[in-house]
Design a protein around this ligand. Structure first.
Ligand code: C5P
Length: 288
């Protein structure tokens, strides 16, 4: 049996940095929303215990890939919770990844792939570990994994793991990837990173907060600055996560596709797409 599931993109509609923990991670406030656009993963159980991913992702050894790490972590957790006698008592799995989301793009592609893997294998292996346990496992893989495990648009605090549902408007977005891969630690570690001393309320954020990483990313990656400035002529352009992708909201699909048409003529070197925002993750819609 093969289970095929989406791994959607996320946007940070705003992102506000409020502090830094002793371990170096930044505390933040952000509004997460999903897009009806993303990767797709297929899972087929094997006769042996191997965990195999295909095709390989360029430059990422299989051991380091979040998908493989998520599968192994889940197997260990099932054993630790006495669901199985040993991690290898569970069948292995062939995982096929259809990669659409760029790496270092701020769309959460790797984190989303990991969350889809946790939920898919929890189901295929019949573990029923529960969403709290899966979100905690996800957090050990990356700060953005828990929101993909939970599957609701959210107001997030902590390093992104304290989540409260935050239904947002669901416009069409034009998302531009200006062809650079942003190194997240370089942005978070930059001395110019704005740290807002005061936390803000969700209500204020909903009125249109900005992304505190933008100043640094503009400096480090001129192509991102160029994309923000180009998109700003149609509305309010924002950075998602630490970039490199930037986005702008539109009332309907027609307006979004007009902007994509302009982009093809004026900036043919950039990748771009349009997709609708959604408050329930397409992964959770598929699993329901
Ligand atoms: O959790 P993730 O692997 O996505 O984070 C990558 C890096 O980005 C971390 O090692 C850390 O340097 C930085 N980061 C941070 N604060 C966050 C998220 C990430 O400083 N909230």
């Amino acid at each position: 049996m093969t289970l095929t599931l989406p791994a959607p993109a996320k946007l940070n509609r705003m992102l506000h940095i409020t502090g830094q923990r002793a371990d170096g991670y930044h505390e933040l406030q952000t509004l997460f929303q999903f897009l009806e656009h993303g990767d797709s993963l297929s899972f087929t159980l094997r006769d042996d215990e191997a965990i195999r991913l295909s095709p390989a992702i360029d430059g990422v050894p299989e051991e380091a890939n979040l998908i493989v790490r998520a599968a192994r972590l889940l197997r260990e957790a099932a054993h630790a919770q006495s669901k199985v006698a040993s991690p290898t008592a569970l069948p292995g799995v062939d995982i096929t990844l259809e990669k659409v989301l760029p790496m270092g793009g701020g769309l959460g592609g790797g984190s989303s792939d990991a969350a889809t893997t946790l939920l898919a294998l929890d189901r295929l292996w019949g573990l029923e570990l529960g969403e709290d346990a899966l979100a905690e496992l996800g957090l050990s893989l990356g700060a953005d994994v828990p929101v993909f495990v939970r599957g609701f648009a959210a107001w997030a605090e902590g390093i992104g793991e304290r989540l409260v549902p935050a239904p947002l408007d669901t416009p069409w977005f034009v998302v531009i990837h200006p062809g650079v891969e942003v190194a997240t630690p370089a942005v978070f570690g930059h001395p110019q990173l704005t740290r807002s001393s005061l936390a803000i309320s969700m209500a204020r954020a909903l009125q249109g907060g900005r992304n505190d990483c933008e100043v640094v990313v503009r400096t480090l990656y001129p192509a991102v600055a160029d994309a923000l400035d180009w998109l700003d002529q149609f509305g309010t352009a924002r950075l998602t996560g630490t970039g490199a992708c930037v986005f702008c909201a539109f009332d309907d699909a027609r307006q979004a596709s007009e902007v994509l048409g302009r982009l093809e003529l004026e900036r043919p070197m950039w990748h771009a797409f349009s997709a609708r925002g959604c408050n329930i993750s397409p992964l959770h819609a598929a699993l329901a």
